[in-house]
Ligand binder design. Structure first.
Ligand code: F6R
Length: 617
């Protein structure tokens, strides 16, 4: 939540900050602002409620000047509504110090009272302005040392924060600090950058440094220095960003979501690439880490939202191929229920952003309890992988649309690779299963592409006809069940239509009461070749709801003629082994949600009330 960018260098910072914010806007888009200091030490600031376009208009009407040091912020509101006053930056020290913040300062009410008693007056309702006032006080007490002021203030703040500040006294300096909130450094030639993630600066440099937990960073055009909260020097870990700026552009597509759905084949292909050698799954990142998998008795998967649904699919694969019991838990539920995990548990976290606070805190809790931790993540340099014993990256490329699509298929792919790897290490995987899985994995991208080429138009047409629908249900069994949940979440999230996903077998235990004439129900139909009994059961479920007037939209494999008489609409997917069907069956559901939101004239990339990276609990 909230995107942060900082710049020092020879160039006018206004445009650099605004283009950085444009790439970070997926993190929050209810207000935006920048503060810039020119060489004479004069600070200019503009901020506006609304999307970045409102700030752009304000800057066009009244440019901020040619200052070469600056900070910028795009906000997802926590304390105080989305107004001009609550937008960041916040000023202090007679408007000579500008501060931006991502996170929540939990003790802000106490601090605000303390500062008010000290004579400070506030212009906003935010916790950030409290941090700005504290920094100003500490800055004066430290004789004008901004880093020293940060060191004094960070110890007073509870909760999560990335703070960035710049002061009129120090043109050419931006200072930042992070605790439980993301911040990375971009290294340029004679210029340096800070960002919530690398998207903030990837158009300028792909050389980056990761800032650890509880660290303070100071950047000038020629130097970067990092210390911990106690003032000890720290050597930040360097990494190279593997994608370039064009990967994070729309590239002619009507929306980022449309582009990202079209990239689902590539997301799977890139996640598999380099991990099959001589017909065997080999995950180079896990070389030498066999002991993570041999001594365990249980796997616990932790994630939120769409990533959680990928975990539900992954459970079937890990249990099948590695023969270890798997529990899948919502990360925010795990942490507060005194979980029973220890040295014989492998905790696998799944996160596209690698910054989801609920997941991060759950991983930390699991590590504290002695569990081994492995992160499946799409974002290099993110916090969750850095806090984990092992990492398996999904290589889906940058995902900008708030609704996760290509990352979801990549997450399932990575979980399958992991399941096959663990199955081999534990000698639980049969040669036949291993060989079949390799073939299936390699064929997936082409099969997803077939759906995009052959079914997308028809699905969009269907979505268009259904634009006035008020409620949609989704049913699935086995691996089709999490796909039903994902189909429902995607529809709610971007089209604001009531949608529910159910296990088909659960219908008769309650949800069937929802069925009334005309109720649209998507049904993920398993292959009759994979499991004839389950296929027959799902057809019976369809008949039960058809008899009560439901309108059935079946997602079934090509050539499944048994489902035809029961379906009002049939969306076809290519043939695959049962465990691989979910990666195909979800594609029509992503297209449908996007088509319906588009037909309703909604912004599919930035749905209301949401942000892509949920960095608050
Ligand atoms: C839904 C969606 C969210 C995320 C969830 C976890 O389309 O995108 O449900 O999946 O917020 O985010 P990450 O994967 O970044 O931890």
């Amino acid at each position: 939540m909230c995107g942060i960018v900082g710049y020092v260098g020879p160039r006018a910072s206004q445009d650099i900050l605004v283009s950085g914010l444009a790439r970070l806007e997926y993190r929050g888009y209810d207000s935006a602002g920048i503060a810039v200091i020119d060489e004479s030490g004069s600070l200019g600031m503009r901020k506006r409620a609304g999307k970045l376009s409102a700030l752009r208009e304000a800057l066009a009407a009244e440019p901020i000047g040619a200052g070469t040091t600056g900070i910028g912020h795009t906000r997802w509101a926590t304390h105080g509504g989305p107004t001009d006053e609550n937008a960041h930056p916040h000023l202090a020290d007679d408007d000579r110090l500008a501060v931006i913040h991502n996170g929540i300062i939990e003790n802000f009410a106490d601090l605000r009272r303390e500062l008010a008693a000290d004579g400070v007056t506030f212009r906003s309702e935010t916790d950030t302005e409290v941090a700005a006032a504290l920094l100003a006080r500490a800055y004066r007490a430290n004789g004008g040392d901004l880093v020293g002021a940060f060191r004094a203030v960070v110890h007073r703040l509870d909760g999560a924060f990335t703070l960035l500040a710049t002061h009129e006294d120090h043109p050419g300096l931006v200072v930042g600090a992070r605790r439980n909130s993301p911040l990375v450094i971009g290294l340029g030639e004679g210029e340096n950058f800070l960002g919530s993630d690398v998207a903030a600066f990837v158009e300028h440099t792909r050389h980056a440094l990761a800032i650890g937990q509880d660290e303070i960073v100071a950047i000038t055009p020629d130097a970067v220095s990092v210390i911990d909260f106690d003032g000890n020097p720290v050597e930040p870990a360097p990494f190279e960003v593997s994608w370039d700026a064009s990967a994070a552009d729309k590239g002619g597509w009507s929306s980022f979501m449309a582009k990202e759905v079209s990239e689902e084949p590539e997301a799977v292909a890139n996640t598999v690439r380099g991990r099959i050698r001589d017909g065997r799954i080999v995950i180079p990142e896990l070389d030498g880490l066999d002991e993570l998998f041999t001594g365990i008795e249980r796997v616990v998967i932790l994630a939120c939202g769409t990533a959680y649904y990928s975990g539900l699919v992954g459970k079937y694969a890990i249990e099948r191929w590695a023969r270890i019991p798997v529990d899948v838990e919502l990360a925010h539920e795990f942490r507060y229920r005194d979980p029973i995990v220890g040295a014989s548990t492998l905790v696998v976290s799944i996160s596209q952003s690698g910054e989801t606070m609920d997941t991060l805190m759950a991983v930390k809790e699991a590590a504290r309890l002695g569990a081994k931790t492995l992160s499946i993540c799409n974002t290099q340099g993110a916090t969750i992988p850095r806090e984990s014993d092992a990492i398996v990256y999904t290589h889906a490329g940058p995902e900008v649309a708030v609704a996760s699509t290509k990352a979801f298929v990549a997450q399932i792919t990575a979980l399958y690779l992991l399941a096959l790897h663990v199955g081999r290490v534990r000698e639980a995987l049969s040669t036949d299963d291993a060989a079949e899985a390799v073939v299936q994995l390699e064929e997936l991208p082409e099969k997803i592409q077939w759906i995009l080429d052959n079914e997308q138009e028809r699905i969009e047409q269907l979505a268009h006809w259904m634009a006035d629908t008020r409620s949609v249900l989704f049913l699935g069994r086995h691996v089709g069940f999490p796909i039903a949940l994902e189909g429902a979440l995607k529809l709610k999230e971007i089209s604001y239509i009531h949608a529910e996903g159910f296990a088909a077998g659960e219908l008769k235990h309650g949800p069937i009461a929802l069925i009334e004439p005309g109720q649209p129900v998507f049904v993920v139909v398993p292959s009759p070749r994979g499991n004839a009994t389950m296929h027959a059961k799902v057809i019976s479920n369809i008949e039960e709801i058809r008899a009560r007037g439901a309108r059935i939209i079946a997602i079934a494999e090509q050539g499944d003629t048994a489902v035809l008489p029961s379906a009002d609409e049939m969306l076809r997917i290519p043939l695959a082994s049962p465990l691989f069907e979910p990666i195909l069956a979800v594609v029509p559901l992503h297209i449908f949600a996007m088509g319906l939101a588009t037909a309703k004239g909604l912004d599919v990339d930035q749905p209301r009330n949401l942000a892509k990276s949920v960095t608050v609990e």
